[in-house]
Design a binder for this molecule. Structure first.
Ligand code: B12
Ligand code: SF4
Ligand code: SF4
Length: 364
């Protein structure tokens, strides 16, 4: 790597131009001459912000034992429901199984908060994250540009994810000082609350803030508002979600019917796709949320609610695709979204054995 050189190497490899231009930093303690790491971090952060990332943090590419253990326990108790992809343990606990020389994870946050209009009668609520274009696509594009920059300018290897790989994203974000995990299990940031998408670039550049202390704000304390507000009791312990009970899982990932014990809660909450309840009640969010200025998130596809009868009336998958192409709602497919609409507002069925009418008695 060209940014770290021992005294011996100093005369051997000429520094590339961009490095020469940067002020050199010497850290005598380790015996190594560490050059321009701070500046490199600053440059990456600056470019990331130009691309529209709101938050940037750096952490060593090693997941702390406390997160790895919590994840193992969560799996052992079957809290992942039917999400088979959550069982990939190896990569979540060892980032070097993804990128063998991994040294640093650059964690990036994007604010997606938006206000919602009061829910109209006959409508179902869409979680805020799914208002417009799918964030995997919009953030994925930004990540590509940042990866290219890191590869070309800083000669680093990279591997990027936005909810697309086997990473413990919230744990990495907490390690990188982007925010703290609350009892609702969401990563709550200082600047935007938990209305923040996370993404990461794993790199072989050794540029993490190893010595920097994370600024910690007072988290949950005695508050339990999210646990009390959850309509299905899915936050079973502080920071632990049982997906089998979570409306977000039940209305998005779940491929089966909605279990009857949750029908009344979903019908009452009118959550057609996803669920924001445990974030809406959080005092940290109330104090920090700011409407997102990301151009990509301004244009509605699903919007903040949908008429339930309209959802039910979609006849074919092609029709569904025409309405929701590019939206996160594609994940539930027509079948899933219509199941959710039926759960909130069951279609009145005609009696299966209608009484035969006496033709003679019919009024003319
Ligand atoms: C699986 C998954 C889900 C599942 C399970 C959610 C969950 N909490 O695990 C379901 C489908 C329910 C779901 C729902 C939602 N999701 Co989701 N989901 C994921 C995914 C793919 C993996 C999460 C995971 O690894 N879970 C396993 C458990 C073990 O991990 P964990 O919650 O991180 O647990 C840690 C902490 O609880 C902590 N911990 C352990 N003990 C204790 C004790 C205390 C006291 C505390 C405070 C913490 C703590 O250590 C654990 C290990 O890391 C991530 C993307 C990713 N690759 O990380 C997105 C992700 C977490 N989801 C996201 C979003 C936006 C949502 C929803 C808001 C969507 C919606 N509106 O419907 C909801 C929120 C529901 C909620 N309260 O969590 C965002 C969260 C962003 C943020 N700022 O937190 C992520 C990061 C996607 C992204 N790239 O932006 N999701
Ligand atoms: S997303 Fe909804 S159902 Fe899931 S834990 Fe939060 S409040 Fe409960
Ligand atoms: S609602 Fe209260 S307990 Fe839940 S995450 Fe927010 S501060 Fe923590």
């Amino acid at each position: 790597m060209n940014q770290i050189k021992t005294k011996k190497e100093e005369t051997l490899t000429p520094l590339p131009k961009f490095v020469k231009a940067i002020k050199t930093k010497r850290i005598a303690k380790s015996g190594l001459i560490l050059e321009c790491i701070d500046e490199m971090r600053q440059e990456i952060e600056k470019f990331a912000k130009e691309l529209g990332f709101d938050l940037v943090g750096f952490t060593p590419a090693k997941i702390s034992v406390k997160y790895a253990d919590a994840f193992t326990k969560w799996l052992e108790k079957g809290k992942e429901a039917d999400m088979e992809y959550m069982k990939k343990k190896e990569a979540r606990q060892n980032l070097r199984s993804i990128l063998p020389d991994a040294k640093t994870v650059i964690v990036l946050g994007v604010n997606y908060y938006r206000e919602q209009k009061p829910l109209k009668s006959g409508h179902g609520r869409i979680a805020r994250y799914a208002y417009g274009r799918d964030y995997h696509k919009t953030i994925g594009k930004k990540l590509k540009k940042l990866e290219n920059y890191i590869r070309e300018v800083h000669k680093g290897k990279t591997k990027a994810y936005v909810d697309t790989g086997p990473l413990l994203e919230k744990a990495l974000a907490e390690q990188a000082g982007i925010g703290r995990i609350g009892k609702n299990s969401c990563l709550i940031t200082k600047d935007f609350g938990s209305w923040t998408f996370l993404s990461e670039i794993i790199t072989d550049l050794d540029i993490s803030n190893k010595s920097e202390k994370q600024e910690i704000f007072n988290m949950c304390g005695n508050c339990k508002l999210c646990m009390e507000a959850c309509p299905t009791g899915a936050i079973e312990e502080p920071g632990v979600i049982n997906c089998n009970r979570c409306i977000s899982y039940l209305t998005i990932e779940n491929k089966e019917g909605i279990p009857s014990k949750f029908v009344s809660a979903i019908s009452k909450a009118k959550t057609l796709y996803g669920c924001d309840i445990c974030q809406e009640v959080c005092p940290h969010n109330k104090a920090r949320q700011r409407v997102s200025n990301q151009p990509d998130f301004q244009k509605p596809i699903a919007g903040d609610s949908i008429n339930l009868e309209k959802v039910k009336s979609i006849k074919t998958d092609d029709q569904f695709l025409k309405i929701f192409a590019g939206s996160p709602l594609m994940r539930a497919k027509r079948k899933g979204l219509q199941r959710n609409a039926e759960t909130i507002a069951p279609t009145k069925k005609l009696s299966q054995n209608p009484k035969p009418q006496n033709i003679n008695s019919q009024k003319q």
